[in-house]
Design a protein around this ligand. Structure first.
Ligand SMILES: C[S@@+](CC[C@H](N)C(=O)[O-])C[C@H]1O[C@@H](n2cnc3c(N)ncnc32)[C@H](O)[C@@H]1O
Length: 411
């Protein structure tokens, strides 16, 4: 125990670029501390007889220098900062005594009381570093850190920038529908929007959270018709951005997977409006996954093909080579195919795919109403009709349908 009075630690941001930091011990503590030290540009010397595979990988990649041995007095020569985290208490005590003598700030994994520095719980979000110290309650530090970082990321913690976001458009992939499945960046941009133009699919619940001054435009695209034509959407994007607004175009899944995202980006580029594209989690992978179906599985399927079933196979406008798809052995994932599944299944079987191939239809994946209907290529049309399956649904064809633990038997 220290005989010094209990004062709070003095917080400071160390600028470590090019400065020697000595890390003693190559275990999990080092593994957790090293990435931030390396990100800060420190000249890291690791001294440890052994290290975890990830620490080894950092050394192999040349990110730090590693001397494979135990601590020796004198190791802190030239150091500005030391992390003492070996599993030998005597070595830790000796190293921290050396640090004290050399006036090197030193954190100790085994004895916070004896340390001259404490590592705060840290997090980063868009250029802001959050560092929290709570004395001797690291869980509380982590909880406070998480709350602040999450608030900054999702925009619920109001921390206005001095530099306000200029006019422009962000094409944001909103994910398959569950509001937790949008990216952190997408969510933050949504919180900064003046105008949001949203699709029918995607995380519509998030629209309720927008403040009243945000203009929300519904670009709902209903199958076989359009509540708002694509041109009208493009015009609305251009017009609002030209009026000086920051517009988020919130799309279902990923903007560039059957999402007409590039058409919108092109229209904006032609109008000279800056566009940011934020990728999203596509329903083509996440909806099967949410229903317990991996699109690939070792030894079962080493390929997956994502196809639009928007146009019937015998329609001359179809750009899909269904005959070639019928010859593939891997997984076939179909979007917008519910209404044409009978014709599609027929073509696949006619051209060689086994009629007994398992098929799963997942309706409203990741949402409260999610349901999965299992069938085979021979029976899927009948099953879809009998069970009144409606869009939006993703249809998965292939042996992967049966690999999950909870997969019901094919009907
Ligand atoms: C116009 S496409 C857009 C795809 C989107 N860009 C993506 O990456 O997921 C719409 C189709 O995606 C599929 N889809 C999107 N969200 C879905 C969901 N939550 N559940 C099932 N299918 C979904 C359906 O096949 C739907 O007809």
């Amino acid at each position: 125990m220290s005989d010094r009075p209990e004062h709070p630690a003095y917080p400071v941001g160390l600028r470590l670029t090019g400065r020697r930091v000595v890390v003693l011990g190559g275990g999990t503590v080092a593994q957790r501390r090293l990435p931030a030290l390396l990100a800060a540009g420190a000249d890291v010397l690791l001294i440890a007889p052994s290290a975890t595979p990830s620490v080894e990988a950092m050394a192999e990649a040349g990110e730090l220098r590693w001397e494979r041995r135990a601590y020796r007095p004198g190791d802190l020569d030239g150091a500005w900062y030391a992390v003492v985290a070996t599993d030998d208490p005597e070595a830790n005590a000796a190293a921290s005594a050396e640090a004290e003598e050399r006036r090197v700030w030193c954190v100790r994994s085994d004895d916070a009381e004896a340390a001259t520095a404490w590592t705060p719980a840290t997090g980063r979000s868009e250029g802001v570093t959050v560092a929290v110290l709570t004395g001797r309650d690291p869980r509380r530090s982590a909880a406070v850190r998480d709350a602040v970082v999450e608030g900054l990321r999702d925009g619920t913690l109001a921390a206005p920038r001095h530099r306000t976001r200029g006019a422009g458009v962000a094409l944001v992939g909103g994910g398959p529908g569950d509001p937790d499945l949008i990216t952190v960046r997408g969510r933050r941009l949504l919180a900064e929007a003046d105008v949001v133009i949203a699709d029918r699919l995607g995380p519509r619940d998030l629209l309720d959270e927008l403040p009243p001054h945000v203009e929300v435009i519904d670009a709902a695209k209903i199958p076989y018709g359009r509540a708002m034509a694509q041109e009208a959407i493009n015009d609305a994007l251009v017009e609002r951005a030209k009026a000086g607004k920051f517009v988020v175009r919130l799309k279902g899944g990923d903007p560039f997977v059957f999402g007409r995202g590039m058409e919108e980006a092109q229209a904006l580029a032609e109008a000279g409006i800056p566009v940011t594209v934020v990728p999203g989690i596509s329903s083509s992978i996440s909806v099967p996954g949410a229903a317990g179906i991996p699109v690939t599985h070792r030894g079962v399927a080493h390929e997956f093909t994502v196809v639009s079933g928007h146009v019937a196979p015998d329609d001359p406008r179809s750009l899909v080579d269904w005959e070639a798809l019928a010859r593939l052995r891997g997984t076939l994932v179909m979007l917008m195919a519910v209404e044409r599944i009978g014709a599609i299944a027929r073509v696949l079987v006619e051209h060689g795919r086994d009629p007994g191939t398992p098929v799963a239809v997942v309706q409203e994946g990741t949402m409260a109403a999610q349901r999965r209907v299992d069938a085979t290529l021979a029976t899927v049309a009948e099953a879809v009709e009998a069970q009144d399956v409606r869009p939006p649904a993703v249809i998965v064809v292939g042996e992967v349908v049966g690999v999950g633990p909870a997969a019901p038997a094919a009907r």
